[in-house]
Design a protein around this ligand. Structure first.
Ligand SMILES: Nc1ncnc2c1ncn2[C@@H]1O[C@H](COP(=O)(O)OP(=O)(O)O)[C@@H](O)[C@H]1O
Length: 190
């Protein structure tokens, strides 16, 4: 499928604001793919589809988690945490995406995980720094992303965890595992 077909397919499934965010993620992911030598088409597809499940019915998404034997801990977390894994399911079953790397990028774009691929890192960072995002510190993350993808991932994970703690929200453990792994690596690199 071409870019315009993907965009036409996702547009009716989300509010205008989310669609504009998606375009921003797509442009940012392609730009990062150019900088870091990743496949641009894969970055484009992963970005366009990353929020495809954001507004899907929660009960339906939880059924997918049970039927597909996805991480059972996802049950009860709501769309924020379900839409990545279920988005990957939709990308595979409805859009016929077979590249595991694209599916994983969609699957883990909210939480990150231990051992992310370059494409996963690109989508994870692009989702946080796309031009429509406005929060304290986003400019610093944008600058980092131009220089060092791993450092940008680390800064994004730390930003999200700090935000969740500050706002007294529970933390789904995949991000903690991701954080621990990143910090151990940074420590051993000095
Ligand atoms: N490990 C986690 N536990 C709980 N909430 C999380 C976790 N990681 C991210 N979130 C929250 O999930 C929400 C959705 O994140 P994300 O998918 O990146 O955004 P968007 O869907 O807007 O692209 C954000 O509010 C973020 O803070």
């Amino acid at each position: 499928m071409e870019r315009e077909e993907y965009l036409a397919a996702i547009k009716p499934r989300m509010p205008e604001k989310r669609y504009i965010h998606t375009i921003g993620v797509m442009e940012t992911a392609i730009a990062l793919a150019k900088v870091f030598g990743e496949n641009e088409k894969n970055a484009e597809i992963a970005a366009i589809l990353h929020d495809i499940a954001k507004y899907a019915d929660i009960a339906w998404m939880e059924k997918i988690v049970r039927d597909e034997k996805l991480d059972h801990r996802l049950i009860g977390w709501g769309s924020e945490l379900l839409h990545g894994p279920v988005g990957a399911y939709i990308a595979e079953h409805e859009f016929g995406i077979v590249e595991e790397d694209i599916l994983n990028a969609i699957r883990f774009h909210t939480t990150g995980r231990v051992g992310m691929s370059r494409l996963e890192k690109i989508l994870f960072v692009a989702d946080m720094i796309e031009p429509n995002r406005k929060f304290n510190g986003v400019e610093r993350l944008r600058k980092k992303a131009q220089k060092n993808l791993d450092k940008a991932v680390s800064a994004c994970v730390r930003h999200t965890l700090a935000f969740l703690i500050d706002t007294k929200q529970p933390i789904y453990p995949l991000s903690i595992d991701c954080y621990n792994d990143l910090m151990k690596r940074e420590d051993s690199e000095g």
